[in-house]
Design a protein around this ligand. Structure first.
Ligand code: FES
Length: 271
């Protein structure tokens, strides 16, 4: 149902809202969280876009570090060693090296329940905060094109799971030095990112439903019940994990770029 922002539908018998001329009675800094969200997401998207189309400094040959922004590397421009799964696409400027994974990761984040709340509030002002009027005259929810496609989130979850497996494989392969096994600060960064990506992916609301949904009695499904408990523990931290993983992705990419470009040397613990 479409309702207007000024005259919202109300249940039968409910009293109308008080006639208040002020836009909001809130006196706190309600505008700060949406503003920080705009700044944070814009900065991250700008950095990621710049890096994805840089086509350079994504692979450290000595230690086999591959940035997650280029994984899996599947264009014929991928440097030797970085293409763990083969090359299938032409190395055109407009084609990212990770052309397989990036669209699914973008879809996963765009349709994420937390990010929806974040960008609906901060970019679309719909509404910008509780007890603050909607920035639009009408509201149709997610019932129409294009927002009806937010329902694709559950499918994006499966793709994100596969990509997390690939990132884990990259982190395992990266435990290398020129003489064999090795471990350095880059491995700590890569593994930190992978662990956080798994925590974010498993904390997904769709994951929680897949694990514990559609059950009438938990007592008949003790394994799923226990898994659902772990996923629920992560799920209440989903917002924090959404931001933490943006940070770990950017830090991991920047670290790999800095080592690959020769700006810094990797701190080695073994090998
Ligand atoms: S709800 Fe955020 S990733 Fe699924």
């Amino acid at each position: 149902m479409t309702t207007t922002a000024t005259e919202p539908a109300r249940p039968p018998g409910a009293r109308p809202r008080a006639a208040i001329t002020a836009k909001t009675l809130r006196t706190d800094r309600w505008w700060l969280p949406p503003l920080l969200t705009v700044v944070g997401l814009t900065a991250w998207v700008g950095y990621a876009t710049f890096r994805v189309f840089m086509h350079d400094y994504y692979w450290v040959d000595d230690y086999q570090y591959l940035t997650p922004f280029y994984s899996p590397c599947i264009t014929d421009r991928c440097v030797e060693g970085a293409a763990h799964f083969g090359t299938y696409l032409p190395g055109w400027q407009i084609v990212p090296e990770a052309a397989f994974s990036l669209p699914f990761l973008l879809l996963f984040r765009l349709t994420c329940y937390y990010y929806r709340k974040a960008y609906y509030r901060s970019f679309w002002l719909s509404p910008p905060a509780c007890a603050v009027p909607d920035g639009h005259a009408s509201y149709s929810g997610e019932t129409r094109f294009p927002l009806v496609f937010q329902n694709a989130h559950r499918y994006a979850f499966y793709a994100a799971g596969i990509i997390s497996v690939i990132n884990t494989y990259d982190a395992i392969l990266a435990m290398q030095s020129p003489s064999g096994f090795g471990f350095g600060l880059g491995n700590v960064v890569l593994w930190g990112n992978v662990i956080m990506l798994w925590a974010y992916t498993l904390s997904c609301h769709s994951c929680r439903h897949i694990i514990g949904g559609r059950l009438k009695t938990f007592s008949k499904h003790p394994v799923r019940y226990h898994l659902w408990g772990y996923v629920s523990w992560l799920n209440v931290r989903h917002m924090q994990l959404a931001w933490i993983t943006l940070a770990t992705l950017a830090v991991t990419d920047f670290y790999v770029m800095a080592v690959a470009a020769g700006w810094i040397s990797d701190l080695r613990f073994v090998g």
